[in-house]
Design a protein. Structure first.
Length: 211
């Protein structure tokens, strides 16, 4: 799915401020956290027997595709093909479970941010299978770069555990979680403010600050 820039949402000034923040802090983050990220990537390589970096095609700004990067947390399996992952997914390794729980598996996305694929705050980048379902005004969520965190991400921070509790995780994701995320992300874009971005980052880093 591709789309042209929309006339509502972020202003030009807001986009410049948001992108400048992303460039500055993603570069700083890569320098400061390299001591943590590099050993984790090496450990994931030894743990899974495959590349320590996992890449997956996702939908980004204006519907353009890019490869999101994460530290690999799961064994490669041809038997499970769903993109909906629960906390009890048998492919997740013990070390991978730790990375997912602490969100350290997402550190390589600082590279995605620096390259312009992503932002610190925005709708989580999803696979074409789901983003192709967007219709009408919901397409506005593709007018911003996808993010590491955001209001929908914070609400569903325990999504994998929530899915474990469902009889049909994929159906629950398709009929309940995904539509709700679209609604939340659309509201985020339509009512964007940089101060809200800073608040979402603080809540993500320090959950106790969430009101």
């Amino acid at each position: 799915m591709t789309m042209e820039p929309v006339s509502i949402g972020l202003t030009s000034v807001q986009r410049v401020i948001k992108r400048s923040f992303d460039i500055l802090f993603s570069a700083a983050g890569l320098i400061i956290l390299s001591w943590l990220m590099i050993p984790a990537i090496i450990s994931a390589r030894l743990d899974t027997g495959h590349s320590g970096i996992f890449r997956q095609r996702r939908v980004g700004l204006y519907g353009k595709h890019f490869n999101v990067m994460k530290i690999r947390t799961m064994q490669v399996s041809d038997k499970i093909t769903t993109t909906v992952t629960t906390a009890h997914d048998p492919r997740i390794t013990r070390f991978g479970g730790f990375l997912r729980k602490t969100k350290l598996d997402e550190l390589p996305q600082l590279i995605n941010i620096l390259r312009g694929d992503m932002s610190f705050v925005g709708p989580r980048p999803d696979v074409p299978e789901y983003m192709d379902k967007l219709t009408g005004g919901d397409g506005i969520i593709l007018s911003v770069r996808p993010g590491i965190t955001g209001p929908a991400t914070i609400k569903y921070r325990k999504e994998e555990q929530l899915l474990v509790e469902q009889q049909n995780p994929k159906q629950f994701n398709d009929e309940v979680i995904f539509p709700d995320k679209v609604r939340i992300n659309r509201c985020y874009v339509e009512n964007y403010s940089f101060s809200a971005d800073l608040r979402y980052i603080c809540v993500t880093l320090f959950p106790a600050t969430e009101s």
